[in-house]
Design a protein around this ligand. Structure first.
Ligand SMILES: [Zn+2]
Length: 259
């Protein structure tokens, strides 16, 4: 499993969709439900993960961040307010990644060097963010998806991990694989909407090509009972699909030697 890594975007269900920061207080807080399920799975299979944590989550639930660190997992930054990078000014972005790094470091006493932007929102419109990450002390970024969707993506992004010459930052893009002439990703909605074998075969295809796998998931994907609210239809379709399967499919994924 050494070339396969497990990552969690540590946020609550109402943060994983485009609901404004100013409205977050209106929604039922349920992060602990999904969080403990994913932590339990990782512990059961003795797997370590990187938790990309919202600064707001770290500030509001400091005990959860400490539990992540105490269990031996890595903490990275997911920004503070879950705003897409291409909707921010460089100054706003810098402020959020600096603030989140400080909050997490004060809680854990460990340096934060990895980052993933909300909705993989480092795109051709926001490449300036990579220099800012390097300037603020980040060493690894996992924000670029080589699959173009209505929300994100740079289709010319390499499939492997690469170093950006200009700023020395390491980019670990979303893990992409081919199926029926289309490109798909390892994790998130792709993991829930399609059968488990779909992701498994995709990961095997990448291993065959000497490419690492970076699986991604969110705590709310382990909480099928979280509230239904209406928002953009195409986002709703992926957000609520097959949530009941995430837990058992993750069990299969974490069984040693399953990949
Ligand atoms: Zn997120």
């Amino acid at each position: 499993m050494s070339n396969n890594c497990f990552t969690v975007d540590f946020e609550d269900w109402y943060q994983g969709i485009e609901l404004p920061f100013s409205d977050w207080h209106k929604y039922e807080r349920r992060i602990e439900k999904g969080f403990y399920r994913v932590l339990e799975l990782l512990n059961a299979y003795n797997s370590k993960a990187t938790f990309f944590t919202l600064g707001w989550i770290a500030e509001t639930y400091p005990h959860l961040v400490k539990e992540v660190a105490d269990a031996g997992h890595e903490l990275g930054s997911h920004g503070y307010s879950h705003e897409k990078v291409y909707n921010q000014t460089p100054e706003e972005f810098r402020h959020e990644i600096r603030q989140t790094k400080n909050i997490i470091e004060q809680l854990t006493g460990k340096e934060v060097t990895t980052h993933r932007s909300p909705f993989f929102s480092i795109t051709s419109k926001s490449l300036w963010a990579l220099d800012i990450l390097a300037e603020e002390g980040y060493k690894i970024d996992c924000s670029i998806s080589p699959i173009k969707t209505w929300r994100y993506g740079i289709s010319s992004c390499p499939d492997s991990v690469f170093r950006i010459k200009e700023n020395n930052l390491i980019e670990f893009p979303v893990s992409r694989f081919s199926f029926l002439r289309k490109k798909w990703a390892v994790g998130g909605a792709y993991f829930r909407i399609f059968p488990y074998s779909f992701t498994l075969n995709g990961m095997r295809q990448r291993i065959k090509n000497n490419l690492p796998n970076m699986f991604y998931i969110h705590p709310w994907e382990y909480d099928p009972e979280h509230p239904h609210v209406k928002f953009e239809r195409k986002a709703m379709l992926t957000h609520y699909a097959n949530l009941k399967k995430t837990y058992s499919n993750t069990q299969k994924l974490l069984i040693p030697a399953s990949i």
